[in-house]
Design a protein around this ligand. Structure first.
Ligand SMILES: NC(=O)c1ccc[n+]([C@@H]2O[C@H](COP(=O)([O-])OP(=O)(O)OC[C@H]3O[C@@H](n4cnc5c(N)ncnc54)[C@H](OP(=O)(O)O)[C@@H]3O)[C@@H](O)[C@H]2O)c1
Length: 270
């Protein structure tokens, strides 16, 4: 293990949302490897406790666990109040918690669609708003927001999810500019399909997306995101194929892109 005092994150703390499974666990590990103490949050307390025990044991960092529903209105404020009550501060905010739902607009109950906006957008803005001024004042640390390659175009048959991630990308890029010259780093991580619990919750397992893009393991996705954030890279698209796709989409006619995405999000026939 690298001596604790010489690591880049020594004396700093990262708050990671959605840290009970998937990409969030691996993002938390990336920060822990570099000596950041952690605040891990999600709804599943037991899973968070086991991640905290593993990471603090392996990397010699402190890891606090706060179980909280960020999809509930005011969930961000509740989390921030608990962080303050414990006398902890946040140097890096990793807004990773999110979920999707595949299908035509009304195949999901309205509550599911609004819940997606509440978690993917509302809570992300709420947490960023709460912690932003303190992060700026310190002139270090920053924000790593997790969007998706879905952010680069509208998503027929997964419309709300794509739109929510377009918001995250736009919001993150704007903050990157607002933070320019302050020492604060802002990155937007845009993964393509990644092995995690996402697909099961979203119901994308039987759509053509499983044929269209290879599924990356979550650790390389997290590592690319973390390395990008360290360099204050504005947008980090994981994997060569996803990077090419995100670039290409800007040059194609929008109607063609919409048809293509509709096809990708359609149920598999084979
Ligand atoms: N996997 C992919 O293919 C993929 C691709 C592009 C982008 N992404 C994005 O990557 C991020 C992480 O997703 P993942 O792939 O790691 O999926 P995941 O395995 O389903 O993990 C989602 C995390 O978010 C937490 N979460 C869900 N609802 C929550 C709520 N109401 N309050 C607090 N925490 C909540 C979950 O924990 P609890 O259930 O314990 O609350 C879990 O820790 C998401 O923003 C997702 O949109 C994923």
């Amino acid at each position: 293990m690298t001596p604790v005092t010489s690591r880049p994150g020594s004396g700093q703390r990262a708050l990671v949302t959605g840290a009970s499974g998937g990409i969030g666990v691996d993002l938390a590990e990336c920060y822990a490897r570099d000596g950041y103490d952690l605040i891990l949050t999600a709804r599943s307390e037991e899973a968070l406790e086991s991640v905290a025990a593993r990471l603090s044991g392996s990397f010699g960092v402190k890891a606090a666990v706060i179980a909280n529903d960020l999809g509930a209105i005011g969930g961000g404020k509740k989390l921030a109040d608990e962080i303050a009550k414990r006398g902890l501060s946040v140097d890096v905010l990793v807004n990773n918690a999110g979920f999707g739902h595949a299908g035509a607009l009304t195949t999901a109950p309205l509550a599911t669609s609004l819940g997606m906006i509440d978690l993917n957008v509302r809570a992300l803005v709420e947490l960023t708003h709460i912690h932003w001024d303190d992060i700026l004042k310190r002139g270090r640390g920053g924000v790593l927001n997790v969007a998706s390659t879905a952010a680069f175009q509208p998503g027929p048959l997964m419309a709300i999810y794509y739109a929510s991630k377009a918001f995250v990308l736009s919001f993150s890029e704007a903050l990157w500019e607002e933070a320019r010259g302050t020492g604060v780093r802002v990155s937007c991580l845009c993964p393509g399909p990644t092995a995690s619990g996402f697909r099961e919750r979203a119901g994308t397992g039987n759509t053509n997306i499983t044929k269209a893009a290879p599924v990356m393991p979550s650790m390389p996705v997290a590592e690319e995101g973390y390395r990008g954030w360290q360099r204050n890279k504005r947008v980090v698209v994981t994997g060569t194929r996803n990077r090419v796709g995100a670039e290409l989409v800007r040059f194609l006619p929008r109607a063609a892109v919409l048809r293509l995405v509709r096809n990708i999000q359609s149920p598999r026939k084979d």
